[in-house]
Ligand binder design. Structure first.
Ligand code: DX5
Ligand code: ZN
Length: 232
């Protein structure tokens, strides 16, 4: 069955002095999620958004908050973000050795949020093996975490295809695959053809002259690529 792609604009590229205006804009344009990049300056080189911001975002956002934790100690921090109102919480596989990855997924579910695990560009899809059956979403990063506006790393779509295959083998047919980094008009088709369901866009939406129409165009191209892939 055809399922349309969802756009998750990253507010890292929004106007922080007019965040509510920017969130209304993407909601009206049909965005599926608000993507919130939390970076601690240790796991990745930038310091961005924290718990108090997420709490206030949760008060005004009408679409789910998709919180991408790029922090070195996710087990300590994730309960804070769930309490603040994250609907979907993403932790990085690189920060959770062995059984801690499973513990983090359980902790997120126990807190009532959807659980997602992210992979940096050099982390293989196999790092998901112990949890893929119980995840709601996998995030394939197509840039190194840290900043908006970087170029898409060629070949990232191969990892998306591998995750699709692993989800099938694990019988997880509800799993969403999200892709994050350097996605816009030039790159959305190849990631959607490979199986991406949720498309994070920072610069390609908020850096456009007309963010609402950029969002709709990216979504439209993504859906067309999916339809072509299904038909082939
Ligand atoms: C990078 C973040 C991304 C970033 C995406 O660490 O995870 O979400 O903001 O921005 P663009 O779409 O501009 O690459
Ligand atoms: Zn992100």
């Amino acid at each position: 069955m055809f399922q349309s792609v969802k756009i998750a604009p990253s507010i890292l590229s929004a106007d922080f002095m007019n965040l509510e205006r920017d969130i209304r804009l993407i909601e009206q344009a049909g965005a599926g999620y608000v993507h919130v990049d939390v970076i601690d300056g240790h796991f990745a080189p930038n310091i961005t958004i924290g718990v108090p911001h997420v709490k206030q975002l949760a008060r005004i956002a009408e679409i789910p908050l998709d919180v991408h934790l790029m922090v070195s100690n996710p087990l300590v921090q994730l309960p804070w973000f769930i309490a603040a109102g994250a609907d979907m919480l993403t932790v990085h596989a690189e920060t959770l050795e062995g059984q801690w990855l499973e513990s983090a997924v359980s902790l997120i579910h126990d807190g009532g949020a959807k659980a997602c695990v992210a992979l940096k560009p050099n982390t293989p899809a196999e790092a998901l093996a112990s949890v893929i059956g119980s995840l709601d979403m996998v995030l394939v990063m197509s840039v190194e975490p840290g900043f908006s506006g970087q170029g898409y790393i060629e070949g990232s779509e191969d990892k998306i295809a591998r995750v699709v295959q692993m989800a099938r083998e694990a019988d997880n047919d509800q799993l969403l695959i999200q892709v994050d980094g350097g996605i816009g008009l030039a790159t959305v088709e190849r990631v959607c053809a490979a199986g991406a369901d949720v498309i994070v866009c920072g610069n390609a939406v908020f850096g456009a002259d007309d963010p609402a129409s950029a969002l709709k165009q990216i979504e439209e191209l993504g859906n067309q690529a999916r339809l072509r892939a299904l038909a082939s």
